[in-house]
Design a protein around this ligand. Sequence first.
Ligand code: F6P
Length: 320
Amino acid sequence: MQRLGVLTSGGDSSGMNAAIRAVVRKAIYHGREVMGIMRGYNGLIEGDMQPMNLGSVADIIHRGGTILHTARSELFKTPEGRAKAYANVQRFGLQGLVVIGGDGSFRGALQFNREYNIPVIGVPGTIDNDIYGTDYSIGFDTAVNTVVDAINKIRDTATSHERTFIIEVMGRDSGWIALTAGLAGGAETILIPEKPLSIDELCDKLMRGYKRGKLHSIIIVAEGAASGLEVGRQIKEKTGFDTKVTILGHLQRGGTPTAFDRNLASRLGAAAVDLLLAGESGKMVGMISGKVVATDLQQAVQKKQLIDLDMYTLADILSI
Ligand code: F6P
């Protein structure tokens, strides 16, 4: 295998650039060439790619986003789109692909691999941390630290004004960001899709806290559990508390990656190249208990990394 392609696909996450850098530099270290494909699968379909060298990935390890840009390609979901992509695989002489993204991107990679027998290796990059086969996905740690920073700031004003604050965080259908940041930020209550809590139960908990002398509360709501605005409205209606809602939104996706995410991305990007050069395909590289582990892409897209409910119980106990 002489020439590889690398692309980033789906929602961007901090650390993707560090992963691209690792793919490019590890491949060059082994005497191989790398093409950087623009805008995920769309660049493959359009033939928008360029050769990468050591300098193309200089000064990007600390930058959020992705220098290759990204997209959620609707066209790649169609046989026609994948046929165009394969024509470009042949035209540019790509013999293997590294796909950095989430489960939607991996589904596309697996289908492409099965239809055209092009070797593919996935690298998990998503703030949602819901990918099976890795303890952490690239970008999750940075997103969690961003949320904790926001909780710290909101706590200052919540204390000063004796208010109830609702902070809505991302995560799609998963409560990983809410739970991890909520525990680290000392939130009073965390609403996650994996552990439904009714508004009445939530209000009861708030009331018990206020009766014991709590003057403010911070409630983290995962977007997959409920709408932060709706939770705020209902709490106000049922308790009369002065509630304020903050939706953190896309700021959770950007920013300089943490050291953890840079190291994770560097190790996984390099491992993806090693796997391709070893003749492997249809796999995803992940980090489990500190070790790089390869998982079948098929399993990675079929299963979800579930949250640890003990963590939820602990956050609840400690928030008393
Ligand atoms: O998958 C990452 C993610 O940020 C989710 O947490 C969120 O639900 C979604 O992407 C938002 O997607 P978009 O950037 O397309 O609005």
